[in-house]
Write a protein that binds this ligand. Structure first.
Ligand code: ZN
Length: 101
């Protein structure tokens, strides 16, 4: 992302919550634009709630998620400091609350 500094403006990163220089970019997991700081953008991270919504609409973690997608999500969870156990529980809660799509 060499263009980061060109497009950056002060704001709040929606992934890590830092008040810093951010850019508005399209999310990789849904039809929306979010603010990302340089670190989160470089890491390809998405906010936890976005990952949660994305996965719970596909099914339970990890059995309903394609292996190549699991890889990418594991990296994001590690970046966000979330454990897979927490995530699996949150996905199950989400499905119980809202049902499967
Ligand atoms: Zn950030």
């Amino acid at each position: 992302m060499a263009k980061f500094d060109e497009f950056a403006h002060p704001g709040k990163c929606e992934v890590c919550g830092k008040e810093t220089q951010v850019v508005t970019a399209a999310a990789s997991m849904g039809p929306m634009s979010l603010s990302y700081c340089k670190d989160c953008l470089n890491a390809g991270a998405e906010p936890y709630w976005v990952i949660l919504a994305h996965v719970s609409s596909a099914g339970y973690w990890p059995e309903d998620i394609k292996p190549e997608k699991q890889e990418c999500i594991r990296k994001m969870l590690a970046y966000l400091g979330k454990t897979e156990e927490e995530f699996a529980k949150d996905v199950a809660d989400q499905i119980e609350k809202f049902g499967r799509f």
